[in-house]
Write a protein that binds this ligand. Structure first.
Ligand code: NDP
Length: 437
């Protein structure tokens, strides 16, 4: 805390990882002597810059942009760009730190980074978003590259924004390289990248249920968010036989006791991606559903929960409610949606609980596959990519099992501990090989 004043999210993320790593390092003095954890928790660099752009009325607007390059020990920095008014350096440092472990867990050669801006794309015209993205890239381009740092999308950055940023990068450098992932299929994107995070989080959930001899058929699922991750999680849960009864946005949640069908989910995708509307409009469209303003969906009785909106959206109290209502598994599509108290509640109750760095790694994994395809100038088929994604999620689950055992609790897997240790070990061993750098 003294090293990072005013950065509560970053301190929270490091604190959560450090507890497990200290336990793991207890009989491994090499890591201690080399100060590996301290080095991972100090980003390689934090780039902070002004982004100036003009709105449709001709006013000059000024925003701050950042790129946090946390660690490139096992590959080029890799991680999304977030555009949201709540973005701060603390949030991007926490995300870049978590990304380092997540990327290591995928088994692919990717380091950890994250970037973004406090720009709010909501309510802005396409031209305004384009001008902002171009200005943002006009500074960012000098710090990134296909073998240096490969950003992707995150909250507020989808296909449209990636297109504008890639176009500007190409214009500035006169190079066509795989410098961003999440690109359109016409210009180097990969099939199933859009679906990968939500699908992956659902595969991970299915893997956890399998350890209890169960599957998703007939399970009632509560999901938060209504963006990229939430809608694709809802889609895959539905495909696997589950019944999704909620989605949300920052204004509240919709409850649809009848369950969401593919048709309803497609309508939400259209609402959010094309019309850029609010989830409250769902109730005018689908009879029997209700909107709960200003509330999160954790009070709705369910078997499984997938928080897919944002950090710290599921607090200790919410976790207690979920457990009391019989929720048996939580798979985090978002990054750090559950606060430290909530994590503690899930662990105490010994329910199946997968942290974002394990459960939502499918997105960055397919981004890694997009990088491979770009380097080789080829495009893999959808079936191949689906199989690779599923295989990677299975492997992450296995790695969590390998390191997540708890003394005195046979059969229980602490997925947080498993993910932290497996991710740490890979990065730490590479850092040891490099000596003091
Ligand atoms: P989107 O921008 O597509 O959707 C974000 C959703 O979360 C929206 O419904 C948004 O509602 C809601 N939301 C955002 N901020 C808040 C807030 N402060 N309070 C309540 N609701 C909020 O983003 P993604 O779906 O891409 O990302 C969601 C989460 O998943 C993030 O934590 C992200 O880091 C994580 N993630 C995403 C990956 C990806 O591939 N896209 C990969 C791995 C993790 P509203 O429209 O009202 O803002």
């Amino acid at each position: 805390e003294r090293r990072n004043p005013g950065q509560p999210e970053f301190v929270q993320a490091v604190h959560e990882v450090a507890q497990d790593i200290f336990e793991f390092m207890a009989d491994k003095p090499l890591y201690h002597e080399a100060q590996i954890l301290r080095r991972i928790a100090e980003p390689d660099r934090v780039i902070s810059f002004r982004v100036c752009w003009q709105d449709d009325q001709g006013n000059i607007r000024v925003q701050r942009g950042w790129r946090v390059q946390n660690n490139n020990s096992i590959g080029p920095y890799k991680g999304g760009i977030r555009f949201h008014p709540s973005v701060t350096e603390s949030i991007l440092k926490f995300l870049a730190f978590e990304q380092t472990f997540k990327n290591a867990l995928t088994g692919l050669p990717m380091g950890g980074g994250k970037g973004g801006s406090n720009f709010n794309p909501k309510g802005k015209s396409n031209n305004e978003v384009m001008r902002f993205c171009q200005s943002f890239m006009t500074e960012l381009y000098r710090h990134i590259g296909a073998d240096i740092d490969v950003p992707a999308g995150d909250i507020g950055v989808g296909g449209r924004e990636i297109g504008y940023m890639f176009g500007q990068y190409k214009r500035l450098t006169n190079e066509f390289t795989g410098v961003l992932t999440g690109k359109g299929l016409e210009y180097g994107g990969s099939l199933i990248r859009t679906e990968a995070t939500g699908y992956g989080a659902t595969y991970f959930l299915a893997n956890m249920l399998k350890t209890k001899g169960q599957d998703l058929v007939g399970k009632v699922a509560v999901i938060s968010g209504s963006g990229n991750v939430a809608t694709h999680a809802a889609e895959k849960v539905t495909m696997l036989g589950g019944k999704v009864v909620t989605l949300s946005d920052s204004a509240g949640f919709v409850h649809d006791p009848a369950g969401m069908t593919q048709e309803k989910i497609d309508w939400v995708k259209q609402l959010k991606n094309v019309r850029r509307g609010r989830i409250s409009e769902y109730v005018d469209q689908f009879a029997g559903s209700t909107f709960h303003a200003g509330k999160t969906p954790w009070g709705v009785t369910c078997d499984v929960a997938l928080p897919c909106a944002t950090q710290n959206e599921l607090l200790g109290e919410d976790a207690r409610t979920l457990v009391a209502n019989g929720c048996m598994a939580v798979s985090e599509g978002a990054n750090m949606p559950t606060d430290l108290e909530g994590v503690h509640v899930f662990k105490e109750a010994r329910i199946l609980y997968a942290p974002g760095k394990a459960a939502n790694a499918g997105g960055v994994a397919v981004s890694g596959l997009e990088m491979s395809q770009n380097s080789a100038r080829i495009s893999w088929k959808e079936a191949e990519l689906q199989a690779l994604l599923q295989g990677i999620m299975d492997d992450i689950h296995r790695r969590c099992e390998e390191y997540g055992g708890v003394a005195g609790a046979p059969g229980y897997i602490d997925y947080v501990k498993g993910a932290n240790i497996a991710g740490f070990k890979k990065v730490a061993d590479a850092m040891l090989a490099y000596g003091v750098v």
